[in-house]
Ligand binder design. Structure first.
Ligand code: SAH
Length: 384
């Protein structure tokens, strides 16, 4: 804790009204809000008005929405709410990375991280409490799976971050990109994630372009296909190994969807995108496990013909992980081999180390651990 630049005093932001009977408008995308207004006998266009108030102006009190009639404002107050998560910790790293520990209405906690860079500000968002996939090098995986986040709980991370960053009143503290790379496997919470992504991309909400929203998956093949049919957006695939034997060990979902199927799914995904954009492949470098020159050469063979942006991630250690970070020399040797083969390769900088905000270090806090041993079985589509 000593290195932490500062911990911001946590204040309550937004309206906290944990009443399950009220519809939380944070979780409705444009189509959902239109249906909501039509069902209450009003006009569809109220949806865009209210989206602007909530997401662009940060207003959570219906009475302030002064282009709505008094009657409508009262009705909205009666039947709906704009309920955010509660901020329980708010940490800023000495490198400018900011992390929030957020409490859900059921007492569980998740984390979201803002990572400022020269030309952009990336918000890393969680999609589940814990994770069922049990990747051997990931601390979220160690916790087991508790539950999916609702669309409102996913969007609240964006709303709170946007709001709290604006309060800093400093340049370069704006969300320009969102990556679903926090806790959880987004494609196992498909419907809620898709709705949340639609809100992120909506011009009346956060207006992020399809290049700037990325869903990252450990390789849930049927859901990758479904995503390709549903949205035009960026996909990141956590690869981490070049053969099934090693990948089964590091990313156990590989036993169900082995590399050959995963690679075929990547090709199908690209073919479906209007822009035929590249896929980001993430590859965590584990000392002596997957960081040798022969692994790099295998990687080149495996990804042949797939438009690739390679993201090499030096392993971020956590207690009891059993892995070590690759040496700087091993990382540069690995990246050089890929680079020389013409692959666009980036070594991901470790950010927010002093506040445990780096990849794979997001632990959150699970109150109810009774389901912690539940592991991945089948994609559970349609789960709310
Ligand atoms: N479940 C999704 C998204 C979450 S993790 C997925 O697997 O893609 C985001 C990235 O961080 C993944 O590539 C994940 O494999 C990586 N990661 C997990 N633990 C890590 C660690 N300890 N060090 C470095 N990267 C890690």
């Amino acid at each position: 804790m000593s290195e932490i630049q500062r911990q911001i005093e946590v204040q309550s932001v937004g309206q906290i009204r944990p009443d399950a009977a009220l519809t939380n408008l944070l979780g409705l995308d444009r189509a959902g809000l239109e249906a909501f207004f039509v069902a209450m006998g009003d006009k569809k266009f109220r949806a865009t008005q209210v989206m602007k108030w909530i997401h662009q102006l940060g207003v959570t009190d219906f009475q302030q929405m002064n282009n709505l009639s008094k009657e409508l404002r009262n009705k909205l107050t009666e039947i709906s709410c704009i309920q955010n998560l509660q901020v329980t910790k708010d940490l800023i790293s000495k490198d400018g990375t900011r992390k929030w520990l957020l409490q859900l209405p059921d007492g569980n906690h998740i984390e979201a991280v803002f990572i400022p860079e020269n030309d952009r500000g990336t918000l890393c968002v969680s999609s589940q409490v814990g994770c069922a996939l049990d990747c051997s090098f990931c601390s979220t995986g160690r916790q087991g799976f508790n539950r999916n986040l609702s669309t409102a709980e996913i969007i609240s991370q964006v709303w709170l971050a946007a709001h709290l960053l604006e309060e800093e009143k400093k340049p370069g503290r704006k969300i320009t990109n969102v990556v679903m790379m926090g806790m959880g496997e987004p494609l196992l919470n498909f419907d809620n994630v898709v709705r949340a992504v639609r809100i992120m991309m909506d011009d009346f909400a956060y207006g992020l372009s399809k290049r700037r929203v990325t869903v990252s998956t450990a390789g849930v093949v049927p859901a990758m296909d479904r995503l390709g049919d549903t949205l035009d957006m960026r996909l990141a695939v956590s690869l981490h190994a070049t053969n099934d034997e090693l990948r089964n060990e590091l990313v156990p979902v590989n036993k169900k969807y082995p590399l050959k199927e995963l690679m075929a799914a990547c090709r199908r995904f690209i073919d479906k995108q209007n822009s035929r954009s590249r896929i980001t492949f993430e590859y965590v470098l584990l000392d002596g496990v997957n960081d040798k020159p022969e692994h790099a050469r295998e990687l080149i063979k495996l990804l042949k013909g797939i438009p690739t942006l390679m993201n090499l991630i030096p392993f971020n250690p956590f207690e009891g992980s059993g892995y070590n970070t690759s040496s700087k020399k091993a990382v540069s040797r690995f990246s050089e081999i890929l680079h020389n083969a013409g692959m666009t390769t980036v070594v991901r900088k470790t950010r927010g180390e002093d506040i445990d905000a780096a990849c794979g270090q997001l632990a959150g806090k699970i109150e109810d651990k009774s389901r912690r041993h539940r592991r991945f079985v089948e994609p559970r589509f349609g789960m709310e």
